[in-house]
Design a protein around this ligand. Structure first.
Ligand SMILES: NC(=O)c1ccc[n+]([C@@H]2O[C@H](COP(=O)([O-])OP(=O)(O)OC[C@H]3O[C@@H](n4cnc5c(N)ncnc54)[C@H](OP(=O)(O)O)[C@@H]3O)[C@@H](O)[C@H]2O)c1
Length: 353
């Protein structure tokens, strides 16, 4: 095989506030020859997710390292019997065009989560990183297992047209509850209602969010699926019903704040309002809220959840929208744009065909 040249994006500096293109650097390197037990992988898809900003990019020790992230790659040379040329690997090889893998590689630095062969019968390869991967499972876990949605609930979800939010709203409808989204702009709100079947969607950028949200939830809120924090959470808090559940999935409105701009986290805000944590046995009175993070491999029902989601997609009950940018060079712009709300659906980079 001819010399393979890799291009990868490394962290150049830890961003202060919103990331700038100068915080990243494209590096070119020759790939070493594939050794016995290894395989050469060509990246097809990279997923961009908000957690990369709140964790990896804030750590000075990561300067000079390749940006992390979930990938789908094709095996183009294999010197291990466990993987064949042409197999698709769901892995965690980050923002680069090529990588060397071994069968023992893991995803998410989680030893319980080995790289996986993508089962193409579930859906297109990109979905392995979205609705049939981390973000789809997060919505499923947070709404069904953490918040325990039931028929008749009013569920409000923020960042409603995004990767997690779009799934939360549709799962809400599948379970007989009322779905109200909060999203930035009329096009995203129209998509949630017209395409995804939400009952209502409030454009927080139109101004007057507290009044508009109150009008959209005349019976109050039973579940608030928290993706955003900040002013959106402030509008939600007065509308929470007694006994409501608030799975805290993330708070993307805080991730680009400088240290001086920091606001209380959603958990701190809810505690400050005197809301109670529900006991493990569900016995506490009053409000309940939960912080949660998921890693699919830790949860026994993850595999079943992904098959269920795949089935609903095939039946037409569940739709998804991806926001695809082309080529590794588009990663930085797409990432900065996602944190500004310029994505419309799950943010994905198509690195190669
Ligand atoms: N716990 C977990 O395991 C887990 C897993 C996945 C994701 N998450 C969290 O879930 C949340 C959503 O992630 P995602 O992957 O689905 O991202 P996403 O919604 O696809 O993209 C981020 C969206 O956040 C919204 N946003 C950005 N700044 C905002 C602001 N100041 N106020 C209101 N909305 C703002 C934008 O939508 P608009 O245009 O509508 O403003 C943007 O499109 C994030 O907080 C993320 O960290 C947690």
């Amino acid at each position: 095989m001819n010399q393979v040249v890799n291009r990868k994006i490394v962290l150049n500096s830890t961003p202060r506030g919103e990331p700038q293109p100068s915080d990243f650097e494209m590096v070119t390197e020759d790939m070493a020859p594939v050794q016995e037990g290894q395989m050469l992988l060509r990246t097809k898809w990279i997923t961009l997710d908000p957690y990369m900003r709140s964790g990896f990019m804030n750590a000075a020790e990561n300067v000079g390292k390749t940006l992390i992230g979930g990938t789908v790659s094709e095996v183009i040379e294999s010197r291990t019997s466990q993987w064949q040329t042409g197999d698709l690997v769901v892995g965690y090889y980050g923002w680069q065009e090529y990588s060397i893998g071994i069968p023992d590689d893991i995803q998410w630095n989680n030893p319980g989560m080995p790289i996986q062969k993508w089962d193409g019968s579930l859906g297109p390869a990109s979905t392995a990183l979205g609705i049939l991967g981390m973000t789809g499972y997060t919505a499923y876990e947070g709404l069904l297992n953490v918040a325990k949605v039931k028929a008749g609930d009013t569920v409000v979800v923020s960042a409603a047209s995004g990767a997690v939010g779009q799934v939360v709203g549709q799962l809400t409808k599948i379970h007989g509850a009322r779905a109200v989204g909060i999203a930035g702009g009329p096009a995203k709100c129209a998509f949630c209602i017209d395409e995804l079947g939400f009952d209502a969607c409030v454009d927080y950028k139109a101004g007057n969010l507290p009044a508009a949200l109150a009008e959209a939830v005349p019976g109050g809120i039973d579940i608030y699926f928290e993706n955003v924090g900040g002013d959106v959470l402030e509008a939600v808090i007065p509308l929470l019903n007694s006994g409501s559940r608030v799975p805290i999935c993330g708070f993307v409105a805080h991730y680009n704040l400088t240290q001086e701009q920091q606001r209380p986290t959603p958990l701190q805000r809810l505690r400050a309002e005197g809301l109670q944590v529900l006991g493990k046995d569900g016995s506490s009175e009053g409000f309940a809220f939960f912080a949660f993070a998921q890693l699919s491999a830790k949860h026994p029902d993850a595999e079943e959840a992904l098959r269920t989601l795949s089935g609903w997609i095939k039946e037409g009950k569940l739709k998804y929208r991806e926001s695809v940018s082309e080529g590794l060079d588009s990663c930085v712009t797409a990432f900065i744009g996602m944190l500004r709300g310029e994505n419309f659906g799950k943010t994905m980079i198509r690195v190669s065909d």
